[in-house]
Design a protein around this ligand. Structure first.
Ligand SMILES: [Fe+2]
Length: 179
């Protein structure tokens, strides 16, 4: 379940309350069921997944891709699997830890683990959203945000794309007040 921390220290855990803060920015957040198949649970619990295992796990949530493609026109999807022993993890994460936006929506369906998205409200107040297994988030194109793993050692998430070329980060150099 997602949790939103505001700049004044308040922590919100109710989905309805969290969306009150995210909706004005056009950000969608849903809590979806996870695959309950025994094999899927094994894959979700693994630290790392080989290519065929990633494809296998994606197969368990292919109905989500079909629905998102029909509704939003997303053309591609892949699985990211980040964990504490992944070579180059620090460099990879550093690209997204500074405030940026993309020309394509940033769409994630978290299947396991956790991560944190930072956002900036229209009043300038910053907020940090913890996303965990089952959370689906759609950050619209050109919305300022950042992403960190924080205290989470692992995350598995499906990424959905309209066009991978539109997903290059454009940095805005806005200072981050929340860590
Ligand atoms: Fe991003």
């Amino acid at each position: 379940m997602a949790e939103l921390r505001l700049q004044d220290g308040a922590r919100l855990t109710e989905l309805a309350r969290i969306t009150e803060y995210l909706s004005p920015l056009g950000i969608a957040l849903h809590c979806w069921d996870l695959p309950d198949d025994k094999r899927a649970r094994v894959l979700l619990a693994a630290q790392a997944l080989a290519g065929p295992e990633q494809d296998e796990l994606l197969g368990f949530v292919e109905h989500r891709f079909a629905a998102l493609r029909a509704e939003h026109g997303y053309e591609a999807r892949d699985l990211i699997v980040l964990h504490e022993d992944l070579p180059g993890l620090g460099e990879a994460l550093a690209k997204f830890a500074a405030v940026h936006y993309h020309d394509d929506d940033e769409v994630r369906y978290v299947l396991a683990g956790a991560g944190y998205f930072g956002f900036i409200g229209h009043d300038g107040q910053q907020m940090l959203l913890k996303v965990t297994a089952g959370d689906y988030i759609n950050v619209p194109a050109r919305t300022e945000h950042w992403f960190v793993m924080g205290d989470s050692p692992r995350i598995k998430a499906v990424r959905y794309f309209s066009d991978k070329a539109g997903w290059v980060p454009v940095y805005t150099h806005t200072p981050i007040a929340l860590v």
